[in-house]
Design a binder for this molecule. Structure first.
Ligand code: OAD
Length: 227
C-alpha cells in the first residue's frame, strides 16, 4: 500500500459546473477576487460578500462530483490516500473520499468574526445578523487573501510522507499552497493533470495535459496497479 497525496484545485470542479478562478476574464463570477475574498472586501461590503458565498453555497446543491472525483475516491481501495484541496466545495467528500483537508476553508461552514476557533456547520444562506453563541456576527469559513492558512503545516507533512502525489486542476499560483510541492521526497512520483499545466521544471513530473475527467482516471488506474 502506498501513501498518496492529492493536491487539487478549482479545475477538478470545472467539469462539475463550478467555474475556476483564473481561466476567464480575471473576474471570479463577475467579481474582482479581492472584493469577495479578502478581509478588506468583507469590511467594505459585508452584505455583498455574504451574498456572494450564499450564491456559491446554493450552486453546490446543483452540482455533482465528476469522474475525476469518483476515481480519486476509488483509489482508497488500493492505497492510503489524503486529499489536500484548495477547493471550498464538498465534492471530494460527496464522491466518497474519507480523508480531505481543505486548505482554503469550506463553504458549508461559518465561523465567528471574533473567535476563529468557533466554527459551525452552515448549509443555508448566511446573512447580516446571523451570530454565534457569543452574539458575534458570523462569516464564511473561508481563508481569504492575506489570512493565515492554518492547515498548511499538516499538509506539508503529508506531502513529505507521500510516495506519490497527484496534482490536478490548480494553476499553482497561490501561496502557500503552491509551495507544498517543494516538500515532496526526491523519489516521490508526481503526476500533474491540467489541460493548461504550469510546470515546475526542477521536479520530475509526469504531465497529463488534459481534463481531470479523463486524466485522473488514467493516473488512478496506473497507481491502483502498484503495490
Ligand atoms: P485557478 O483558477 O487558479 O486554476 C485552475 C486550473 O484548473 C488552471 O490551471 C486550469 O488550466 C485548470 N483547469 C481548467 N479546467 C480543467 C479541467 N477540466 N480539468 C483539470 N484542470 C482544469 O484555481 P486554483 O489553483 O484552485 O482561493 O486557485 C487557487 C486559489 O485561488 C483558490 O483556492 C481560491 C483562489 O483565489 C480562495 O478563494 C481563498
Amino acid at each position: 500500500m502506498m501513501k498518496i497525496a492529492v493536491l487539487s484545485g478549482a479545475g477538478v470542479s470545472a467539469e462539475s459546473g463550478i467555474k475556476t478562478f483564473r481561466d476567464g476574464n480575471g473576474l471570479w463570477e463577475n467579481h474582482d477576487i479581492m472584493e469577495v475574498a479578502s478581509p478588506e472586501g468583507f469590511k467594505r461590503n459585508p452584505a455583498l460578500v455574504l451574498d456572494f458565498y450564499n450564491q456559491r453555497r446554493r450552486q453546490l446543491q446543483t452540482v455533482t462530483p465528476n469522474s475525476a472525483y469518483i476515481a480519486l475516491a476509488e483509489l482508497e481501495k488500493y492505497h492510503d490516500v489524503t486529499i489536500i484541496t484548495q477547493n471550498v466545495d464538498d465534492l471530494h467528500e460527496r464522491a466518497g473520499s474519507t480523508d480531505v483537508i481543505h486548505l482554503h476553508g469550506e463553504l458549508l461552514k461559518a465561523r465567528s468574526t471574533v473567535d476563529e476557533t468557533l466554527i459551525l456547520e452552515w448549509k443555508d444562506d448566511l446573512n447580516i445578523g446571523d451570530c454565534c453563541e457569543n452574539n458575534h456576527q458570523l462569516r464564511p469559513h473561508i481563508v481569504w487573501f492575506g489570512e493565515m492558512v492554518p492547515m498548511i503545516e499538516v499538509a506539508a507533512e503529508i506531502i513529505e510522507d507521500a510516495d506519490a502525489i497527484i496534482i490536478v486542476g490548480t494553476s499553482m499560483q497561490v501561496y502557500p499552497a503552491a509551495g507544498l510541492i517543494q516538500y515532496a521526497k526526491p523519489d516521490a512520483q508526481v503526476y500533474f493533470i491540467d489541460p493548461n499545466p504550469s510546470i515546475n521544471p526542477n521536479k520530475k513530473i509526469t504531465v497529463y495535459a488534459e481534463k481531470a475527467s479523463t486524466g485522473v482516471p488514467k493516473v488512478v488506474e496506473i497507481l491502483a496497479g502498484m503495490s
